[in-house]
Design a protein around this ligand. Sequence first.
Ligand code: NCD
Ligand code: ZN
Ligand code: ZN
Ligand code: ZN
Length: 395
Amino acid sequence: EVVDARGQILLPGFVDMHTHLREPGREDTETIESGSAAAALGGYTAVFAMANTDPVADSVVVTDHVWRRGQEVGLVDVHPVGAITVGLKGKQLAEMATMAAGIGRVKMFSDDGHCVDDPLIMRRALEYSSSLGVLIAQHAEEPRLTVGAVAHEGPTAARLGLAGWPRAAEESIVARDALLARDAGARVHICHASTAGTVELMKWARGQGISITAEVTPHHLLLDDSRLETYDAINKVNPPLREKSDVDALRKGLADGVIDCVATDHAPHAEQDKCCEFSIARPGMLGLETALSIVVDTMVTPGLLDWRGVARVMSERPAEIVGLVDQGRPIEVGEIANLTLVDANSSWTVSGEKLASVAHNTPFEDMTFSSKVTTTVLRGRITVRDGVVANRAGE
Ligand code: NCD
Ligand code: ZN
Ligand code: ZN
Ligand code: ZN
């Protein structure tokens, strides 16, 4: 199997700590198979599939299914994320130990889509997670501060009357969870950091020696609230697109290592749930196939990150945070190859119709990026060649 890699950049296979694959329950928007193809095309060799499926991944039956199905498809390791509570935002802790001991070996738990807003439940979850050696990932949103289910904040949103998920809704939970993690002697991971204040809180917490990590999404590195001008629901996402000053702080935070890594929060939705009135549309954007290209154009092109840094934020750091032992390490002699090749001089224009996801709606439609993943190798087997899915398991 010969790959022509002339002029290309070699990186360790990417690890996505945050992806929604919608199986079981919403296979009309994504499946483990279609999402695995999207992930491989994006240069990923491991993804963590969020628990807000239907049924919720709050039992070993669901988490083991997700892992097994991913292995059957064979394009990327699909690691299940378990729910923290029975039912998302539940009042009872899920059987985390059972899920951790299953075939899916659950390493991370999250009620993402909902915040564990009850501080007592969060404290118990953190204490339990530290005894189990697993990670709690928090969707930081104080729901009593948001107006309606989904919200926006910023001058554009205010002028357009798109009322609010204020920065304090995110930042108050980041601060609270940093303190709870400190007291529990546990680690906590902040999903989709979106504000300049969260970056400041991360610096503060690190300074206190608290074990807290954070991710940023490609869309929060690229897009700001000026996109809301058109009321196009394609731009609706949790947390909302914020101001340019937040975008700049997130980029700088990622460059400085205050924000640890990039995670896609790939969140496919049906056409009718995105191409409708803003207030009733579902929040979320496709992310897997465009992540690397966005990171390069927002971070590498302006000189904020070098390629070594790309390897760190796309692969090594997420693998470390979640405790993946076989992926995401620097490429070393003797390693089994999980790797990605990037053509840094291959400008391409996004067309939703051509993406591998079941859902095709994307805010990046018609945008042109300067780099593209050409090749992905999972444990020595080529999964993507010349930008096309190559080998599924058994082929
Ligand atoms: C996510 C989804 O659709 O599942 N939506 C989103 O806007 N990010 C849930 C989430 O990550 O909060
Ligand atoms: Zn979330
Ligand atoms: Zn999410
Ligand atoms: Zn289509």
